[in-house]
Design a protein. Structure first.
Length: 694
């Protein structure tokens, strides 16, 4: 009997992670039998994270949705019966067509980072909803505050090349836990450490990353902006600044210097919970050691002052001249290096210009309010893909009420029957990354990665792009852009005339990945050339002033804290944050038995002193609550969290959590200072042992 013929297919990890790994899929007789990280892409280096290394369990899970279905029970019950694709598409087209005949803004797409690909996550979907004239979605739920703060200061999502960090002598890992959420980037930080660099972790929790660093500072959630202001005060007072760089390449230094004069470490200490000596030592070390780098992530932007906090931190490298060195500076995201042709992908020109119907934008973070209160027109239909809002959106009670509306027509296109899928009227089966075409940029390195389909779609699953093409045809749209193939979309993704992607197509076709044509070493702002309107690092931002924000770095306190809201803190004295569980990626992977087993159910880390004061011991079932709601979790007393802080690793599917709720039962729909982002980590709660009444 002959052995099955094997072939190797190049692929890309699609998930919301800065690493964007290149993958190799071994296929035999039409079935994927092995998946591994590509050896030849330096950043991937042959390895995958523990989740994606077991990706075939996701692809071939017996939980996969394989056929279109329609709802037969009440919304939220999750009862469906199988139908064919023709019936599903005809139903959707008829509903959308009827709404559009009245006012297409009553239709809302809802998507985010379920896949980060250009084809399946940001092209044909935009084109169809633009052509319809549907409401636009402001995709704010992760990074919008930090992006706004960074861009106001630096100009674009550009920073230090993460591969260059191996040559840094001091690295501040600020609001990031790369051991869990940037594993391949952590390899470069480890190499820097082996070469003698000092690693300092700034995080409210002693994370797996913090344990591997020389020093850990644990500020209160939402106070990173105050810490950065105090560091600037010390740098300027102690003359640890690069005056030549400041004079040539920054704007507004005199105003900044005046602003931070009162922001001493003694001022910041009671706000941050750090000692004045610790703050002063950190600032002096940062100003003295060269090259010094800062690796940020988006955790610290999910608080009331999150945008300003990122902005304050982004000012630090320009003060010290750290940008002069390729291993200095700071990096939040590398995505702005990629010359993406957004217009060609999304085709906003397809949006109809109808008198009296200007485009309307809905903030995805407040989707519950939008579904319940939006008018002129009300939202009458929602199409959910690449997201699971019933689990991930804040203030979950409101979200659930919105999706439970019987008059809301809801379509969900998914791989699995998520919490959101239970509320669908039409439920469509989606393909996995191994079953469709795509192309990916990265926000954690400088390589684009190609994805070829390795296997045929399972069951009757279809890719996002194909479903939107089919719907466009049923709606009678004949625009050529709505019929383009996936390969044509890939070809249009980057601005071809840009030197950064010269020769890209050849490299992608030959090896499945390509590095941007940027210098090695890459020091983007060594000679200034910031991407702001002034071409300088803007300590003073006229664009922020025009938006009604403070044009200078400032202290914006959290919405919920003992300092900003002492009356609320008296009732709910514990600050709650909900960083990613190690085995989940948002809600992806959170339904698979292996990963659920490794997490052992929802848990709450609480300091032993706080636990003892409440009579809590290891393993107790806890009720975590505030005025917005409550959820339950298993007690994990630990000194990894400071007194007054509790941590709920997330995000659990509500229906798999044990009580039908998750952490977003208590999170707030209040928004950040800029960017309209969520404030997941700006949340006060109380904790008690479960009683029979709970």
């Amino acid at each position: 009997m002959s052995q099955p013929v094997e072939k190797l297919v190049r692929a890309a990890c699609p998930h919301d992670c800065p690493d964007t790994c290149a993958m190799e899929v071994t296929v035999a007789d039409g079935r994927a039998v092995k998946i591994r990280g590509a050896d030849d892409l330096p950043f991937t280096n042959g390895a995958l994270c523990p989740k994606v290394a077991r990706y075939l369990e996701r692809v071939y899970s017996d939980q996969r949705l394989l056929h279109p279905m329609k709802r037969v029970g009440r919304k939220g019950e999750g009862r469906f019966e199988r139908i064919g694709w023709d019936e599903a598409l005809d139903t959707i087209a008829a509903k959308f067509g009827a709404i559009a005949a009245d006012d297409a803004r009553g239709i809302l797409p809802y998507s985010y980072g379920g896949t980060l690909g250009f084809v399946q996550g940001g092209s044909m979907d935009f084109r169809l909803f633009h052509r319809l004239g549907a409401s636009l979605l402001d995709r704010t739920i992760c990074s919008s505050a930090g992006v706004a703060g960074w861009k106001a200061t630096i100009g674009a999502m550009v920073g230090t090349d993460p591969e260059a960090l191996v040559d840094a002598k001091l690295i501040l890992i600020w609001g990031a836990n790369p051991v869990v959420s940037n594993l391949h980037g952590w390899r470069y930080l480890q190499e820097a450490k082996r070469r003698g660099a000092k690693l300092v972790c700034i995080d409210p929790r002693r994370t797996q990353t913090a344990e591997k660093c020389a020093e850990h500072l644990a500020p209160w959630p939402g106070t990173d902006g105050a810490l950065a202001l105090a560091m600037m005060q010390v740098l300027i007072e102690d003359d640890l600044i690069d005056r030549d760089y400041i004079a040539a390449h920054t704007l507004g230094f005199d105003g900044l210097a005046e602003r931070v004069k009162p922001c001493t470490p003694e001022w910041a200490a009671p706000l941050t919970g750090l000692s004045a000596d610790a703050i002063r030592c950190l600032a002096r070390e940062y100003g003295s050691v060269k090259p010094a780098a800062i690796r940020l992530n988006y955790g610290l932007n999910r608080c009331g002052g999150g945008g300003m906090a990122i902005r304050n931190i982004a000012c630090l490298p320009a003060l010290t001249g750290a940008w002069r060195h390729p291993a200095g500076g700071a990096v939040l995201s590398t995505s702005g290096n990629f010359p993406v042709d957004q217009h060609a992908l999304e085709r906003p020109d397809l949006y109809p210009h109808t008198p009296g119907r200007p485009p309307r934008t809905i903030n995805m973070t407040t989707i519950g309010d939008a579904l319940l209160t939006a008018d002129d027109p009300p939202i009458r239909a929602i199409y959910v893909y690449n997201s699971n809002p019933l689990a991930v959106a804040p203030d979950n009670r409101t979200v659930r009420e919105g999706f439970a509306r019987e008059d809301l027509f809801c379509v969900v296109h998914e791989l699995f029957q998520t919490d959101t899928a239970d509320y669908a009227d039409i439920l469509l089966p989606a393909t996995s990354q191994l079953e469709h075409r795509d192309l990916h940029k990265s926000y954690g390195h400088l390589y684009a990665v190609d994805n070829q389909p390795a296997i045929a779609p399972l069951g009757e699953a279809k890719p996002n792009s194909e479903v939107f093409r089919l719907l466009a045809a049923r709606l009678g749209f004949t625009d050529p852009a709505l019929a383009e193939s996936d390969d044509e979309i890939v070809a249009a993704a980057f601005t071809r005339r840009d030197n950064r992607v010269y020769g890209f197509e050849r490299s992608l076709a030959g090896q499945g990945w390509a590095r941007l044509n940027l210098p090695r070493p890459f020091a983007p702002f060594a000679k200034g050339d910031f991407l702001t309107p002034s071409g300088k690092c803007e300590f003073f931002s006229a664009s922020l002033a025009r938006q009604g924000h403070d044009p200078l770095p400032a202290w914006v306190p959290p919405h919920e804290s003992p300092v900003s809201n002492p009356a609320l803190a008296a009732r709910y004295p514990l600050a709650l944050i909900s960083p990613p569980a190690r085995n989940f990626l948002n809600t992806s992977f959170a339904n698979l038995p292996r990963f659920i087993g490794e997490e052992r159910g929802p848990s709450l880390e609480i300091h032993p002193a706080d636990a003892a004061a409440r009579g809590i011991v290891e393993g107790d079932r806890l009720r975590i609550f505030n005025d917005r709601g409550a959820f339950h979790a298993r007690a994990v007393p630990t000194d990894r969290v400071r007194p007054g802080l509790v941590v709920a690793p997330s995000v659990w599917w509500r229906k798999l959590s044990g009580d039908g709720e998750n952490v977003n039962a208590v999170t707030s729909k209040a928004l950040t200072d800029m960017g309209g982002g969520p404030t997941f980590y700006d949340c006060l709660v109380e904790v008690a042992k479960e009683t029979h009444d709970d």
